[in-house]
Design a protein around this ligand. Structure first.
Ligand code: ADP
Ligand code: LRH
Length: 484
């Protein structure tokens, strides 16, 4: 049906958007950005948190604008899909109210609880069941830091938004896999771990799979947005990385992917988890993808390093735009100093250029106090980290890959794409920028019966509708598709 559209709410750690997606078997997925808004951690009530009320107000504003656009076109918004960053949650009481402002994973409070959790359940036991990489902010460590969980449920951020739109409480499965309390093989809650940590069995709502319906909109939401009563909220890969990987424009070849934004998520797609000790020691994760796939990947440092530097420089009055900054970094020679982009020393906000220079100093090298040099160091370090991680993924899974797809905001970073091709020795295909929203819309379109098939068929729709760039050792050229 030509009049059918889907709304995607996609909120990353650095920005959010509400988009309308139009899907057809002939021309693929096309996205229209309806509303964009900034996001970032804020210091509030003695912690680093997300300004959730402001984010939800932007969501409503975006949905109202989407409803108006669709109405003007004579289109019907069939459903709404929601994805955000993983791990974090809001606590909701019986009355349905948030009991506090949701913490950000960048808050340090869970650092102190890791030991306590590990004395109840060893890291080896945790990994053998959940297959989750160790990050000090995984949901289970955050929950262990909560002073009081009596009478509340934890709703992961996309589930919290879905709850406020529909009144229905569910936990979407791809994001559940980032809690540290989800069984990677069974695809169910690891209730033995909930028990061992003294968490109530119903601390999270029941699971829901991508493609299933969460519910219809609350009357108050209909009133505030002008959406119609037959629009539903449909579960998608609500972990943004799950939606991004679903929209990697891969063909049948063995591909690796890098979902590049605030974080770089570097890995491969598998049918079943790898839960070996070697995998645990290399800190690879087995997060759940759509259609029961496994996202076998590692969190490598990301463009957070860059955006935090930009923020610091702007505060000093230096506000060169990103494209120019990247060009001046690209003009510098290869072989400069590098840092370990994964170092938890970079997790917290503030003073990023100083922390990067200090890390270089610790390696015995010197990093000039110039933005171009700092940016070049970040890009060289990320590319080296990607190459190391891909080599590890190939070793640990016994597979080789022939191409690297870079999706997300960072796919626009030509320097990073080129350095990645050089560091991995593999061709890099860059795009789409909005893979996350595309993956979100694809799951909705399939649920509505507008398109059919498995991930391979869905990915072919992304290839049909996106312009992609290919990087070899010698530079970039446009190879396929139409301009989006
Ligand atoms: P997240 O979902 O984590 O918020 P995004 O996927 O939106 O992240 O990516 C944001 C990043 O994309 C920015 O931090 C920036 O480094 C990069 N980016 C955005 N626009 C451009 C551009 N024009 N050129 C190069 N990089 C860009
Ligand atoms: C990327 C992401 C990533 C998680 C992190 C918390 O946005 O969802 O996959 O590890 O945020």
């Amino acid at each position: 049906d030509q009049n059918t559209v889907f709304a995607a709410i996609d909120i990353g750690a650095s920005s959010g958007r509400v988009m309308l997606g139009r899907v057809s078997a002939a021309s693929g997925v096309s996205l229209e950005t309806i509303h964009r808004f900034p996001n970032g951690v804020v210091e509030l009530d003695g912690g680093l948190r997300w300004d959730f009320d402001a984010l939800f107000a932007e969501v409503l504003k975006g949905l109202a604008a989407a409803a108006a656009v669709a109405r003007g076109n004579g289109e019907r918004i069939v459903s709404i899909g929601i994805d955000t960053w993983a791990v974090d949650y809001g606590l909701v009481n019986d009355a349905g109210d948030l009991t506090s402002v949701p913490f950000s994973y960048r808050d340090e409070r869970s650092r102190a609880t890791v030991q306590r959790v590990h004395s109840a359940i060893s890291p080896e036991t945790l990994y053998a069941t959940t297959g989750l990489q160790f990050l000090q902010f995984n949901t289970l460590y955050q929950l262990a830091a909560e002073p009081d969980l009596d009478g509340v449920q934890a709703l992961l951020i996309p589930d919290l938004i879905a709850f406020l739109l529909t009144g229905e409480r569910r936990t979407e499965a791809t994001n559940a896999s980032t809690t540290g309390l989800f069984d990677a093989v069974a695809g169910e809650w690891a209730t033995e771990f909930l028990d061992a940590l003294g968490l109530p069995r119903n601390i999270f709502p029941e699971l829901i799979q991508p493609g299933e319906t969460v519910g219809t909109l609350l009357p108050s939401v209909l009133e505030q947005t002008g959406l119609s009563a037959d629009t539903t909220v449909v579960a998608v890969g609500s972990h943004d990385t799950a939606s991004a990987v679903a929209a990697v424009p891969a063909g049948l070849e063995d591909f690796a992917y890098i979902s590049s934004g605030t974080w770089s998520l570097v890995g491969v797609e598998l049918d079943r988890p790898v839960l070996t000790e070697a995998s645990r020691k290399a800190n690879f994760t087995n997060e759940r993808g759509v259609d029961g796939t496994i996202r076998y990947l590692r969190n490598v440092g990301g463009l957070w390093l860059l955006s935090e530097c930009q923020r610091a420089w702007a505060a000093e009055g230096y506000t060169q735009a990103l494209p120019a900054l990247l060009e001046s970094a690209a003009a510098l020679p290869a072989g400069g100093p590098q840092i370990n982009a994964d170092d938890p020393a970079f997790t917290a906000p503030d003073n990023m250029p100083d922390r990067i220079r200090a890390a270089v100093r610790n390696t015995g090298a010197v990093l000039p106090d110039r933005p171009a040099a700092v940016v070049r160091c970040i890009m060289d370090s990320l590319a080296a980290g990607y190459a190391r991680t891909l080599a590890d993924a190939e070793r640990l899974t016994g597979r080789s890959t022939s191409v690297v797809h870079i999706v997300g905001g960072g796919s626009q970073n030509r320097l990073l794409c080129q350095l990645t091709a050089d560091a991995t020795g593999k061709p890099v295909i860059a795009g789409p920028v909005e893979a996350t929203a595309q993956g979100n819309v694809l799951m909705q379109a399939r649920a509505a019966g507008v398109v059919a098939g498995g991930l391979a068929e869905l990915r072919a729709l992304i290839v049909a509708g996106t312009s992609l760039e290919r990087y070899e050792f010698s530079g970039a050229r446009v190879v396929s598709g139409v301009s989006s």
